[in-house]
Design a protein around this ligand. Structure first.
Ligand code: SF4
Length: 334
Protein backbone atom coordinates (compact mmCIF):
# COMPACT_ATOMS: atom_id res chain seq x y z
CA UNK A 1 0.00 0.00 0.00
CA UNK A 2 1.50 3.35 -0.98
CA UNK A 3 1.97 5.97 1.73
CA UNK A 4 -0.36 8.56 0.21
CA UNK A 5 -3.20 6.08 -0.02
CA UNK A 6 -3.10 4.99 3.60
CA UNK A 7 -6.56 4.16 4.87
CA UNK A 8 -7.48 5.70 8.16
CA UNK A 9 -9.15 3.54 10.80
CA UNK A 10 -10.40 4.42 14.26
CA UNK A 11 -9.78 1.97 17.12
CA UNK A 12 -11.66 1.70 20.38
CA UNK A 13 -8.67 1.33 22.67
CA UNK A 14 -9.29 0.35 26.29
CA UNK A 15 -5.63 -0.21 27.03
CA UNK A 16 -6.25 -3.92 27.68
CA UNK A 17 -4.64 -6.77 25.79
CA UNK A 18 -7.38 -7.39 23.21
CA UNK A 19 -7.74 -3.84 21.93
CA UNK A 20 -3.96 -3.42 21.95
CA UNK A 21 -3.61 -6.51 19.75
CA UNK A 22 -6.36 -5.30 17.42
CA UNK A 23 -4.50 -2.01 16.93
CA UNK A 24 -1.23 -3.84 16.30
CA UNK A 25 -2.87 -6.10 13.70
CA UNK A 26 -4.30 -3.11 11.84
CA UNK A 27 -1.01 -1.23 11.99
CA UNK A 28 0.70 -4.30 10.55
CA UNK A 29 -1.75 -4.15 7.64
CA UNK A 30 -0.36 -0.71 6.84
CA UNK A 31 -3.38 1.25 8.04
CA UNK A 32 -3.24 4.73 9.52
CA UNK A 33 -4.71 4.06 12.98
CA UNK A 34 -6.04 6.61 15.42
CA UNK A 35 -7.66 5.54 18.70
CA UNK A 36 -10.34 6.69 21.12
CA UNK A 37 -10.35 5.80 24.78
CA UNK A 38 -13.46 6.20 26.91
CA UNK A 39 -13.15 7.15 30.54
CA UNK A 40 -16.21 6.32 32.58
CA UNK A 41 -16.87 7.65 36.09
CA UNK A 42 -17.11 3.99 37.07
CA UNK A 43 -13.63 3.07 35.88
CA UNK A 44 -11.56 1.26 38.50
CA UNK A 45 -8.25 2.64 37.30
CA UNK A 46 -6.93 5.22 39.70
CA UNK A 47 -5.52 7.51 37.06
CA UNK A 48 -8.26 6.81 34.51
CA UNK A 49 -7.85 5.58 30.95
CA UNK A 50 -6.62 2.10 31.98
CA UNK A 51 -3.17 2.73 30.55
CA UNK A 52 -4.47 3.48 27.04
CA UNK A 53 -2.24 6.53 26.85
CA UNK A 54 0.90 4.44 27.42
CA UNK A 55 -0.27 1.80 24.93
CA UNK A 56 -0.99 4.44 22.28
CA UNK A 57 2.41 6.01 22.86
CA UNK A 58 4.16 2.65 22.50
CA UNK A 59 2.32 1.86 19.30
CA UNK A 60 2.83 5.40 18.04
CA UNK A 61 -0.88 5.95 17.59
CA UNK A 62 -2.71 9.21 18.19
CA UNK A 63 -5.21 8.94 21.04
CA UNK A 64 -8.39 10.89 21.77
CA UNK A 65 -9.81 10.57 25.29
CA UNK A 66 -13.55 10.93 25.67
CA UNK A 67 -14.90 11.35 29.20
CA UNK A 68 -18.35 10.02 29.99
CA UNK A 69 -20.48 12.44 31.99
CA UNK A 70 -24.12 13.11 32.87
CA UNK A 71 -25.33 11.65 29.56
CA UNK A 72 -23.79 8.31 30.49
CA UNK A 73 -25.24 8.36 34.02
CA UNK A 74 -28.72 8.62 32.44
CA UNK A 75 -27.99 5.46 30.46
CA UNK A 76 -26.81 3.63 33.57
CA UNK A 77 -29.95 4.74 35.41
CA UNK A 78 -32.31 3.49 32.71
CA UNK A 79 -30.66 1.18 30.17
CA UNK A 80 -32.82 0.13 27.24
CA UNK A 81 -31.25 -3.31 27.13
CA UNK A 82 -31.11 -3.95 30.87
CA UNK A 83 -28.28 -4.79 33.22
CA UNK A 84 -25.77 -7.61 33.36
CA UNK A 85 -25.12 -9.37 36.65
CA UNK A 86 -24.97 -6.13 38.63
CA UNK A 87 -25.55 -2.52 37.49
CA UNK A 88 -23.54 -2.92 34.28
CA UNK A 89 -25.61 -1.92 31.24
CA UNK A 90 -23.03 -3.39 28.86
CA UNK A 91 -25.16 -3.42 25.70
CA UNK A 92 -26.26 0.21 26.12
CA UNK A 93 -22.73 1.14 27.13
CA UNK A 94 -21.22 -0.38 23.97
CA UNK A 95 -23.85 1.35 21.82
CA UNK A 96 -22.98 4.65 23.51
CA UNK A 97 -19.27 4.10 22.88
CA UNK A 98 -19.83 3.27 19.23
CA UNK A 99 -22.05 6.30 18.73
CA UNK A 100 -19.34 8.52 20.19
CA UNK A 101 -16.70 6.77 18.07
CA UNK A 102 -18.87 7.21 14.95
CA UNK A 103 -19.13 10.95 15.63
CA UNK A 104 -15.38 11.20 16.09
CA UNK A 105 -14.60 9.07 13.02
CA UNK A 106 -16.75 11.40 10.94
CA UNK A 107 -14.74 14.39 12.19
CA UNK A 108 -11.36 12.82 11.53
CA UNK A 109 -12.25 11.16 8.24
CA UNK A 110 -11.64 7.59 9.43
CA UNK A 111 -13.00 5.06 6.93
CA UNK A 112 -14.06 2.55 9.55
CA UNK A 113 -14.08 1.67 13.23
CA UNK A 114 -12.59 -1.43 14.79
CA UNK A 115 -12.58 -2.92 18.27
CA UNK A 116 -10.71 -5.57 20.24
CA UNK A 117 -13.92 -7.48 21.01
CA UNK A 118 -13.64 -11.23 21.09
CA UNK A 119 -16.66 -13.35 20.31
CA UNK A 120 -18.07 -15.04 23.43
CA UNK A 121 -15.65 -13.39 25.83
CA UNK A 122 -18.13 -11.32 27.83
CA UNK A 123 -21.43 -12.86 28.85
CA UNK A 124 -23.56 -9.81 28.11
CA UNK A 125 -22.16 -7.86 25.22
CA UNK A 126 -19.91 -10.11 23.14
CA UNK A 127 -22.20 -12.78 21.77
CA UNK A 128 -22.85 -12.96 18.04
CA UNK A 129 -26.47 -11.78 18.17
CA UNK A 130 -25.72 -9.03 20.69
CA UNK A 131 -22.81 -7.72 18.63
CA UNK A 132 -25.29 -7.35 15.75
CA UNK A 133 -27.83 -5.53 17.95
CA UNK A 134 -25.16 -3.17 19.24
CA UNK A 135 -23.99 -2.32 15.72
CA UNK A 136 -27.51 -1.80 14.47
CA UNK A 137 -28.50 0.45 17.37
CA UNK A 138 -25.37 2.54 16.88
CA UNK A 139 -26.21 2.94 13.19
CA UNK A 140 -23.15 0.93 12.18
CA UNK A 141 -24.62 -2.36 10.97
CA UNK A 142 -21.97 -4.43 9.20
CA UNK A 143 -19.44 -1.62 9.60
CA UNK A 144 -17.51 -2.57 12.74
CA UNK A 145 -14.44 -4.67 12.25
CA UNK A 146 -13.37 -7.00 15.07
CA UNK A 147 -9.96 -8.20 13.89
CA UNK A 148 -9.52 -10.82 16.62
CA UNK A 149 -12.76 -12.68 15.79
CA UNK A 150 -13.46 -11.46 12.25
CA UNK A 151 -13.25 -14.89 10.60
CA UNK A 152 -16.03 -16.16 12.84
CA UNK A 153 -18.29 -13.26 11.94
CA UNK A 154 -19.97 -12.28 8.66
CA UNK A 155 -17.63 -10.22 6.44
CA UNK A 156 -17.93 -6.52 7.22
CA UNK A 157 -18.30 -3.74 4.65
CA UNK A 158 -14.64 -2.91 5.20
CA UNK A 159 -13.55 -6.43 4.22
CA UNK A 160 -15.96 -6.56 1.29
CA UNK A 161 -14.52 -3.31 -0.04
CA UNK A 162 -11.04 -4.75 0.32
CA UNK A 163 -9.88 -2.03 2.74
CA UNK A 164 -8.67 -4.83 5.00
CA UNK A 165 -7.50 -8.27 4.01
CA UNK A 166 -9.84 -10.80 5.70
CA UNK A 167 -7.23 -13.55 5.29
CA UNK A 168 -4.97 -11.82 7.79
CA UNK A 169 -7.72 -11.51 10.41
CA UNK A 170 -8.25 -13.98 13.23
CA UNK A 171 -10.79 -16.45 14.57
CA UNK A 172 -10.39 -16.17 18.33
CA UNK A 173 -13.38 -16.82 20.57
CA UNK A 174 -14.20 -17.58 24.18
CA UNK A 175 -13.07 -16.43 27.57
CA UNK A 176 -9.59 -17.91 27.67
CA UNK A 177 -6.80 -15.45 27.04
CA UNK A 178 -4.19 -18.01 26.06
CA UNK A 179 -4.38 -17.29 22.31
CA UNK A 180 -4.13 -13.56 22.88
CA UNK A 181 -1.12 -13.96 25.17
CA UNK A 182 0.60 -16.13 22.55
CA UNK A 183 -0.24 -13.60 19.86
CA UNK A 184 1.13 -10.77 22.02
CA UNK A 185 4.44 -12.66 22.21
CA UNK A 186 4.47 -13.21 18.44
CA UNK A 187 3.68 -9.57 17.70
CA UNK A 188 6.10 -8.40 20.41
CA UNK A 189 3.36 -6.54 22.25
CA UNK A 190 4.57 -6.19 25.81
CA UNK A 191 2.75 -3.11 27.05
CA UNK A 192 -0.90 -3.49 27.91
CA UNK A 193 -2.78 -2.85 31.10
CA UNK A 194 -5.76 -3.97 33.13
CA UNK A 195 -7.69 -6.70 31.39
CA UNK A 196 -11.36 -5.79 30.78
CA UNK A 197 -13.57 -5.82 33.83
CA UNK A 198 -12.10 -2.68 35.38
CA UNK A 199 -15.63 -1.37 35.72
CA UNK A 200 -17.20 -0.74 39.12
CA UNK A 201 -20.68 -1.32 37.72
CA UNK A 202 -19.90 -5.04 37.61
CA UNK A 203 -19.18 -5.14 41.36
CA UNK A 204 -22.03 -6.14 43.66
CA UNK A 205 -21.07 -3.90 46.55
CA UNK A 206 -20.74 -0.84 44.34
CA UNK A 207 -23.96 -1.69 42.50
CA UNK A 208 -25.85 -1.61 45.83
CA UNK A 209 -24.53 1.85 46.61
CA UNK A 210 -25.41 3.14 43.15
CA UNK A 211 -28.89 1.62 43.29
CA UNK A 212 -29.42 3.33 46.64
CA UNK A 213 -28.34 6.65 45.12
CA UNK A 214 -30.70 6.22 42.15
CA UNK A 215 -33.56 5.39 44.50
CA UNK A 216 -33.05 8.44 46.67
CA UNK A 217 -31.89 11.12 44.25
CA UNK A 218 -33.54 12.10 40.98
CA UNK A 219 -30.59 14.27 40.08
CA UNK A 220 -27.02 14.16 41.32
CA UNK A 221 -23.59 15.31 40.33
CA UNK A 222 -20.59 13.27 39.19
CA UNK A 223 -19.06 14.16 42.56
CA UNK A 224 -21.80 12.09 44.16
CA UNK A 225 -20.68 9.15 42.02
CA UNK A 226 -17.06 9.69 43.11
CA UNK A 227 -18.25 9.60 46.73
CA UNK A 228 -19.66 6.11 46.16
CA UNK A 229 -16.07 4.91 45.77
CA UNK A 230 -15.10 6.16 49.22
CA UNK A 231 -15.95 4.92 52.70
CA UNK A 232 -18.67 2.83 54.31
CA UNK A 233 -22.16 3.88 53.24
CA UNK A 234 -25.24 4.01 55.44
CA UNK A 235 -28.80 5.10 54.79
CA UNK A 236 -31.11 6.64 57.37
CA UNK A 237 -34.40 7.66 55.69
CA UNK A 238 -33.53 10.37 53.21
CA UNK A 239 -30.17 11.03 54.86
CA UNK A 240 -26.95 9.46 53.70
CA UNK A 241 -24.04 8.81 56.07
CA UNK A 242 -20.53 8.03 54.81
CA UNK A 243 -17.80 6.92 57.22
CA UNK A 244 -14.14 7.06 56.14
CA UNK A 245 -12.15 3.80 56.27
CA UNK A 246 -8.67 5.26 56.56
CA UNK A 247 -6.66 8.46 56.71
CA UNK A 248 -6.72 9.01 52.95
CA UNK A 249 -10.48 8.60 52.76
CA UNK A 250 -10.96 10.94 55.76
CA UNK A 251 -9.07 13.65 53.86
CA UNK A 252 -11.05 13.00 50.69
CA UNK A 253 -14.36 13.16 52.52
CA UNK A 254 -13.47 16.56 53.95
CA UNK A 255 -12.37 17.76 50.51
CA UNK A 256 -15.53 16.51 48.85
CA UNK A 257 -18.00 18.08 51.28
CA UNK A 258 -20.51 20.36 49.63
CA UNK A 259 -22.42 23.20 51.27
CA UNK A 260 -25.05 21.76 53.57
CA UNK A 261 -23.08 18.59 54.42
CA UNK A 262 -22.15 17.99 58.06
CA UNK A 263 -18.93 16.32 59.12
CA UNK A 264 -18.36 14.38 62.34
CA UNK A 265 -15.33 13.28 64.35
CA UNK A 266 -15.05 11.46 67.71
CA UNK A 267 -13.05 13.31 70.36
CA UNK A 268 -9.99 12.12 72.27
CA UNK A 269 -9.63 8.88 70.34
CA UNK A 270 -8.67 7.73 66.83
CA UNK A 271 -11.68 8.57 64.71
CA UNK A 272 -12.96 8.39 61.16
CA UNK A 273 -14.41 11.42 59.45
CA UNK A 274 -18.10 10.97 58.74
CA UNK A 275 -20.26 12.93 56.30
CA UNK A 276 -23.97 13.43 56.75
CA UNK A 277 -25.83 14.40 53.58
CA UNK A 278 -29.52 15.10 53.07
CA UNK A 279 -31.89 16.10 55.90
CA UNK A 280 -30.09 16.99 59.17
CA UNK A 281 -32.84 16.01 61.60
CA UNK A 282 -31.93 15.47 65.25
CA UNK A 283 -32.14 11.70 64.77
CA UNK A 284 -30.05 11.77 61.58
CA UNK A 285 -27.35 13.75 63.43
CA UNK A 286 -27.49 11.24 66.29
CA UNK A 287 -27.15 8.30 63.86
CA UNK A 288 -24.16 9.91 62.12
CA UNK A 289 -22.53 10.51 65.51
CA UNK A 290 -23.20 6.91 66.56
CA UNK A 291 -21.68 5.53 63.38
CA UNK A 292 -18.62 7.73 63.92
CA UNK A 293 -18.30 6.47 67.49
CA UNK A 294 -18.72 2.83 66.42
CA UNK A 295 -15.88 3.12 63.90
CA UNK A 296 -13.59 5.02 66.28
CA UNK A 297 -10.81 3.36 68.28
CA UNK A 298 -12.93 3.31 71.43
CA UNK A 299 -15.04 0.18 71.57
CA UNK A 300 -17.15 0.48 74.75
CA UNK A 301 -18.98 3.08 76.80
CA UNK A 302 -19.91 6.49 75.52
CA UNK A 303 -18.11 9.14 73.62
CA UNK A 304 -18.17 12.81 72.63
CA UNK A 305 -18.52 13.43 68.92
CA UNK A 306 -18.04 16.89 67.48
CA UNK A 307 -19.70 17.95 64.30
CA UNK A 308 -20.70 20.89 62.12
CA UNK A 309 -20.55 22.30 58.62
CA UNK A 310 -16.81 21.78 58.38
CA UNK A 311 -15.79 23.53 61.59
CA UNK A 312 -16.89 20.91 64.16
CA UNK A 313 -18.40 23.62 66.37
CA UNK A 314 -21.07 21.46 67.99
CA UNK A 315 -20.81 18.27 69.97
CA UNK A 316 -22.90 15.56 71.52
CA UNK A 317 -22.26 12.68 73.86
CA UNK A 318 -23.61 9.32 72.77
CA UNK A 319 -23.25 5.64 73.70
CA UNK A 320 -21.35 3.49 71.20
CA UNK A 321 -24.02 1.48 69.31
CA UNK A 322 -23.88 -2.28 68.88
CA UNK A 323 -23.08 -4.09 65.64
CA UNK A 324 -26.71 -4.98 64.81
CA UNK A 325 -27.75 -1.33 64.97
CA UNK A 326 -24.91 -0.39 62.65
CA UNK A 327 -25.61 -3.20 60.18
CA UNK A 328 -29.29 -2.22 59.98
CA UNK A 329 -28.24 1.08 58.42
CA UNK A 330 -25.63 -0.23 56.03
CA UNK A 331 -26.36 0.15 52.31
CA UNK A 332 -26.42 -3.43 51.10
CA UNK A 333 -28.16 -5.75 48.67
CA UNK A 334 -31.79 -6.49 49.62
S1 SF4 B 1 -18.25 -3.61 31.89
FE1 SF4 B 1 -18.75 -1.44 32.29
S2 SF4 B 1 -17.49 -0.30 30.79
FE2 SF4 B 1 -17.54 -2.43 30.10
S3 SF4 B 1 -19.27 -2.50 28.65
FE3 SF4 B 1 -20.06 -3.11 30.67
S4 SF4 B 1 -20.85 -1.23 31.56
FE4 SF4 B 1 -19.50 -0.63 29.87
Amino acid sequence: MSKCKKIKALALLSGGLDSTLAVKLMLDQGLDVEAVNFVSPFCLCRKGGCGALEVAKNLNVQLKTINFGEEYIKIVRKPRFGYGKNMNPCVDCRIFMLEKAKEYARKTGASFIFTGEVLGQRPMSQHGRTLGVIEEQAGLKGKILRPLSAKLLPPTEVEKKGLVNRKTLLAIEGRSRKKQIRLAEELKVTEYSCPGGGCLLTYREFACKLRDLFEHRKRFSLKQVQLLKIGRHFRFGKSKIIVGRNEAENHLLLQMMVSGDYCFEAQNTGSPITLLQGPKTRTAIKKAAELTAYHSDKKLGDLSVRYGKGDFNKSLRIPIPNREEVERLRVRAP
